[in-house]
Design a protein around this ligand. Structure first.
Ligand SMILES: [Zn+2]
Length: 281
C-alpha cells in the first residue's frame, strides 16, 4: 500500500466511525471491514500484495480484483437483496458460499469438476507458501465473507477454502445458472449491534473529544454540491471541516447514502450490460 492508499484507508476508516449505519447492508459492510482489519493485522503490506497476486493468478487476467474485499465479495450475489433497503439489524441472509455449496448432495458433477480443477490449480500456485501463511490467508477470506465457521484446520482445508471462494469460474457458473445457490437456501450471518455501538460512542462524546464542541457550521445542512462531493470522495469529506454534521443529521446521511448507492448500482448495471465484467477503460 503506498502513502496515498494508506491515507485514504485511514480516512475511510475514520468516515466509517463517524457515520451511523443507515441500512442492513451498511451494518454488514462495516462489520466485515472490521473483521478484515483484524485478520490482516498479522501480515505486512508486501505479504498481502503477494497473496492478492496469487489469488488473481487463479482468477485470470480478465477477472483480477484490486483488493480482498472485492475478491471475497458475497455482495456479488445480493443484487436484489432486500437488505439494501432494510433498516440496520442483527442478522442478514446471504447466499451460501461456494465452499459450503460443494458439500450439498444435489450439486452436480460439472460443478464438482470445476471446483476440483480450481483447487488443484491453486494448490500449485500456493506451493512456495508455508502452511501458516495459507491458513492466515484463508482466515482473512473468512473474515471478508463473515464466515464464522470456515472449518480451516490445516493447509489442505485452507487451500480448498481459498480456491472455491476466490474462483472466477464458479462466479461465472453462478452468473449463468444460480439454481444450486438458490436450492441451498440462505446462510444467516449474525451481526453485532453496530448502530447501538456507534451511537453509544457518539453519545460518550468521542467526537467532541477529537474535534471540540459543536458550532453553527456543524448544524448546517450540506449543499447538494457538497453531498455529491462527499459521497464520492471520503478524503474530501474528512478534510472539509464539516464532518461533525454527518452523525447529527439523518437527512444529510440519507442524501449522501443515495449517491453512494447510485454509484454502486450504476456499476452493477454496467456489469450486467457487459456480461459480468467491467469494461476496460
Ligand atoms: Zn443536514
Amino acid at each position: 500500500m503506498d502513502a496515498l492508499d494508506q491515507q485514504i484507508a485511514q480516512y475511510s476508516q475514520a468516515l466509517e466511525d463517524l457515520i451511523l449505519p443507515g441500512t442492513l447492508i451498511d451494518c454488514y459492510e462495516q462489520h466485515r471491514r472490521r473483521l478484515m482489519r483484524q485478520a490482516s493485522a498479522c501480515f505486512n503490506d508486501n505479504e498481502l500484495s503477494w497473496f492478492l497476486d496469487m489469488l488473481n493468478q487463479l482468477r485470470g487476467v480478465a477477472d483480477r480484483q484490486d483488493d480482498f474485499d472485492l475478491l471475497f465479495d458475497p455482495m456479488m450475489y445480493t443484487e436484489n437483496s432486500p437488505a439494501w433497503d432494510a433498516p440496520p439489524g442483527l442478522a442478514i441472509d446471504l447466499p451460501v458460499l461456494n465452499s459450503q455449496l460443494a458439500a450439498f448432495p444435489f450439486v452436480t458433477d460439472d460443478f464438482r469438476t470445476i471446483a476440483e480443477d480450481e483447487i488443484g490449480h491453486f494448490r500449485t500456485l500456493a506451493d512456495t507458501y508455508a502452511d501458516e501463511a495459507m491458513c492466515g490467508l484463508a482466515l482473512l477470506a473468512a473474515a471478508a465473507l463473515v464466515d464464522c465457521d470456515p472449518g480451516i484446520t490445516d493447509r489442505r482445508s485452507a487451500i480448498r477454502y481459498l480456491a472455491l471462494n476466490a474462483s472466477a469460474k464458479l462466479e461465472d457458473y453462478w452468473a449463468e445458472d444460480d439454481t444450486f445457490w438458490k436450492t441451498a437456501g440462505p446462510r444467516v450471518v449474525k451481526l453485532p449491534n453496530l448502530f447501538l455501538e456507534q451511537k453509544e460512542s457518539l453519545r460518550r462524546g468521542s467526537l467532541e473529544a477529537i474535534h471540540g464542541p459543536l458550532t453553527e457550521v456543524d448544524l448546517t445542512c450540506y449543499t447538494d454540491e457538497e453531498v455529491k462531493r462527499y459521497a464520492f470522495n471520503p478524503d474530501k469529506f474528512l478534510m472539509s471541516g464539516k464532518t461533525k454534521h454527518m452523525p447529527v443529521c439523518g437527512y444529510c446521511q440519507e442524501r449522501v447514502a443515495k449517491w453512494v448507492n447510485y454509484a454502486r448500482n450504476a456499476e452493477e448495471r454496467m456489469m450486467v450490460q457487459f456480461g459480468g465484467k467491467l469494461p476496460v477503460a
